[in-house]
Ligand binder design. Structure first.
Ligand code: SF4
Length: 464
């Protein structure tokens, strides 16, 4: 059969930053076997959706889209369709794939290296087979920008919060070797990357499988015999030590990570938040302010312990911006228990929160053990209360930055010359890209900006 010239793929990504990083790996793999990307599904020879299972609506969207693509295939019979990510990962009983009979490949992301072979088996004319690494994390992601990069250091999760599908969708916690992570970051820095965001589901539980590779000068790596030190290091010691190593990489100016779990926020990790290249932002999911709800969620901390953590974090980095995740209307949540969450929000004085209305997910312990008793209207009402509180708080908290100078990594400059990017507090900053005194700033620059006016969702400033 003649080889098809320039086959195209169309890749759709839902969900978190880790899914986006996984899609960058899928893109690299597909390019490696001769595909090029297209934003137009009707032009594609292969359509792949990288799915999220956190909410039912995210899965419903995939069913709808795949029905549409199946109609496209009626006109283009050799079109291949694939689904990866959380949906296949959690589909132990085959019920989800049964709803997608039109799909050619339905696979968890860890099976990504098999994809070229499967495509070749279906359509031998489409691909030029090359060797793919066995571990999908060893595939170098095809990143969209050279100045910022996501670096996955851990996949899966051992925590089994009762509402969450991640341990089923992504499996148990698996940590990448330190040497592999540092080598990836060094290459990124040589290519001009200045900001890395380390990714993991409970990132601060990271434990290096090759801890001998920590530098002897690493302050979070105890002195004395290497073996003794390795044994003595707690897993959170490993994460603080990793942050220190990343802080030493020449060229990297900003280090960010997400998402830590409160129970692994030990003294070493809190100390490492003050390392010179760390951003002044921490996203620390709390989920609820009620001890009873936290217990039923299997979060393994109390509201008092969480608030004490916030106090210690602010003691170490007084101006740090704090973000969180909250679920309202979890099974059986009473008005009083919701009020405890509102009270905790005030006490923690968060800068930002991602507030979700609870939706039971099949296969989770919560969906089996606790009935979904809070009505949809009541969940929405509670969501509105917290959302309003966040909007009031965020404006007040942003005003703290008015008159201060921050460093902004420029992500875009529009046709009017207005530049935008995040500062070290991970807040959006907008400013004119040119001044009388210097050449205009462009995308990728790291520049100092004086904040003139703080608004809810953007800080207006001017180049220093
Ligand atoms: S810590 Fe809990 S919420 Fe986070 S990924 Fe693990 S099980 Fe899910």
């Amino acid at each position: 059969m003649p080889e098809q010239k320039n086959p195209k793929y169309h890749l759709i990504t839902y969900g978190c930053q880790m899914n986006k990083n996984d899609s960058e790996r899928a893109a690299a793999l597909l390019r490696g076997i001769g595909f090029s990307p297209t934003v137009r599904p009707e032009e594609a020879d292969f359509i792949l959706i990288n799915t999220c299972s956190v909410r039912q609506t995210a899965e419903d969207r995939v069913y709808g889209q795949m029905k549409h693509f199946a109609r496209l295939r009626a006109r283009k019979p050799r079109l291949l369709l694939g689904v990866t990510g959380c949906m296949p990962g959690r589909d132990r009983d085959g019920k989800l794939s049964a709803k997608l009979p039109m799909i050619d490949f339905f696979f968890p992301i860890a099976d990504l290296p098999q994809l070229p072979r499967w495509i070749a088996e279906h359509e031998p004319t489409l691909v030029q087979l090359t060797d793919a690494p066995e571990d999908y994390l060893k595939i170098s992601p095809a990143r969209q920008t050279s100045r910022q990069a996501f670096v996955t250091i851990q996949t899966g999760c051992n925590k089994f919060c009762t509402y969450c599908v991640v341990p089923f969708a992504r499996g148990l916690e698996k940590n990448r070797p330190l040497a592999e992570i540092l080598s990836e970051i060094c290459v990124l820095a040589e290519q001009g990357c200045v900001e890395v965001t380390l990714l993991g589901q409970t990132i601060n539980s990271y434990r290096a499988p090759d801890s001998d590779n920590f530098s002897s000068t690493n302050p979070y790596f105890s002195t004395g015999s290497r073996v003794a030190a390795r044994d003595a290091m707690s897993s959170t010691g490993h994460f603080a030590a990793l942050l220190w190593e990343v802080n030493q990489v020449p060229g990297i100016e900003r280090v960010h990570f997400t998402a830590p779990h409160p129970i692994h926020m030990t003294a070493e990790v809190i100390d490492a938040l003050a390392l010179p290249k760390q951003v002044k932002f921490l996203h620390l999911p709390v989920q609820s302010g009620s001890n009873e709800i936290l217990r039923r969620m299997n979060r393994r901390y109390t509201r008092e312990e969480y608030l004490e953590l916030v106090r210690r974090i602010r003691e170490k980095v007084p101006d740090i911006a704090l973000g969180t995740d909250i679920i309202v209307g979890f099974s059986g949540e009473t008005e009083e228990q919701f009020e405890e969450t509102v009270e905790l929000y005030r006490q923690a004085d968060f800068d930002i929160a991602y507030i979700a209305q609870y939706s039971p997910r099949s296969g989770t312990a919560a969906s089996r053990a606790f009935p979904d008793t809070v009505s949809r209207e009541e969940k929405k009402r509670r969501w509105n209360i917290l959302q309003k509180l966040m909007e009031e708080t965020v404006l007040r908290k942003n005003q703290f930055l008015a008159g201060k100078t921050v460093r902004v990594l420029v992500e875009s400059v529009d046709e009017r010359g207005v530049a935008e990017g995040n500062c070290e507090y991970m807040k959006r900053v907008r400013f004119s890209s040119s001044t009388d005194h210097r050449s205009p700033t462009t995308t990728g620059d790291l520049v100092e900006v004086a904040i003139m006016l703080a608004r809810e969702w953007v800080l207006d400033g001017k180049l220093v």
